[in-house]
Ligand binder design. Structure first.
Ligand code: GLA
Length: 373
């Protein structure tokens, strides 16, 4: 019992310290005030934040952001874990959080090959279901979820990550069973369920010219068939050495040429070196150092480089604010980021707007102090 109490006290004191360190100065300007006339500024919410448990984070989220997206709670493995069972607990909390705070709520994501509920594309013997059954499952899934939040969710990532770097279709189960048609069908089902909701196609590595061309071709073909696609989402999980800013800009322009809007949907920038998967390092200590080079803090030189590059990207987004309607960062503070565990577990990364103590990074402070341009 005593030990429990001690643990609770230690945990509480840690939290209090973090909150204090990142204390929100209400007189400071906020990102949403600063950027509100350009585009929505959003953040991906985890369940501790949406449920109200992470009180440290919530103040900052309310202060700076006017849009939220579900980091995980609307993915099929969470929201629809079995064919005849939906679990809306966390998604309901997420949507309520957005409504209580007057935010533009984004649903993510309806059809994606990853974090896919295991039952979705197969029968009880593990064989692919027929095209008719898969269509029916997609329709039930999309209609049920979109309809539940009809009129409350501003827009949906309908299909996520369907196009490969060479512009061809990713060979997912959806593709294997239904071919290219699964994409228009997903958009059609979403539109049926909520004709007022915006519908988005979302993907990563969008600066790669093959994928850029493939996505443009896809969106043009959907539009030609009268299928509603309101925006193309560029995830923007970037690094210190990729992508090239100019290639990224070319994609913004190419996507806008389809008539769809552009959204930066999952922005973060790893501060760690890109891991070459083929690296052959026999010395474990050297390997650990390579994987996790800054286990305590980011060196100033890297921090400066990181902040400069984030600022460059932000200015690129502002430059194209006529076509970019939302910029969303994939998590609030460095401690929240998936990047700490990817592509290898247990790294300490520094990819987001706020540090582990909820202090804004220098490029955010600079942005907040600038006069309108
Ligand atoms: C992709 C998905 C997101 C998220 C990130 C990594 O970009 O769209 O939902 O899973 O990967 O966390």
């Amino acid at each position: 019992m005593r030990i429990h109490l001690l643990i609770v006290m230690i945990v509480m004191s840690c939290c209090t310290t973090s909150c204090k360190a990142g204390q929100i100065n209400t007189s400071d300007s906020s990102l949403k005030e600063r950027l509100g006339n350009k585009f929505l500024i959003g953040v991906a919410l985890n369940t501790a934040q949406a449920s109200g448990r992470d009180t440290c984070a919530i103040g900052l989220i309310k202060k700076h952001f006017n849009s939220i997206v579900a980091e995980n709670c609307m993915k099929s493995e969470v929201i629809h874990p079995e064919e005849n069972r939906y679990d809306f607990t966390r998604a309901d909390q997420f949507v309520k959080f957005g409504e209580d705070n007057g935010m533009a709520i984004i649903g993510h994501c309806l059809i994606w090959h990853s974090q896919l509920a295991p039952w979705f594309c197969i029968d009880s013997k593990g064989r692919n279901v027929s095209p008719e059954i898969l269509k029916q499952r997609m329709k039930d899934h999309i209609h049920t979820i979109v309809n539940r939040y009809k009129g409350r969710i501003k827009g949906w990532d309908v299909v996520n990550e369907a196009i490969l770097e060479d512009g061809s279709y990713r060979k997912t189960k959806f593709y294997e069973i239904l071919g290219e048609e699964y994409i228009p069908l997903a958009f059609q089902y979403a539109h049926e369920a909520d004709p007022e909701a915006e519908l988005y196609y979302n993907d990563y590595g969008m600066q790669v010219s093959g994928r850029r061309n493939g996505v443009v071709k896809l969106i043009n073909s959907l539009k030609k068939r009268g299928i509603q696609v309101d925006a193309i989402g560029m995830q923007a999980h970037i690094g210190l050495d990729y992508p090239d800013l100019e290639e990224f800009e070319k994609s913004i322009q190419a996507f806008a040429s389809t008539g769809a809007k552009v959204m930066i949907t999952e922005w973060d920038m790893s501060a760690l070196p890109t891991i070459n998967k083929g690296a052959n390092i026999s010395d474990t200590v050297a390997y650990q150092k390579l994987l996790n080079p800054y286990p305590k803090a980011l060196p100033d030189s890297i921090s400066r480089k990181w902040n400069k590059r984030m600022g460059d990207f932000f200015h690129l987004f502002i430059k194209h604010a006529d076509v970019i309607t939302r910029v969303t960062v994939w998590g609030l503070s460095d401690g929240d980021s998936w990047k700490n565990d990817w592509p290898v577990k247990g790294r300490r990364d520094y990819p987001l707007f706020f540090d582990r103590e909820y202090r804004p990074k220098p490029f955010i402070r600079e942005l907040l102090s600038q006069k309108d341009q």
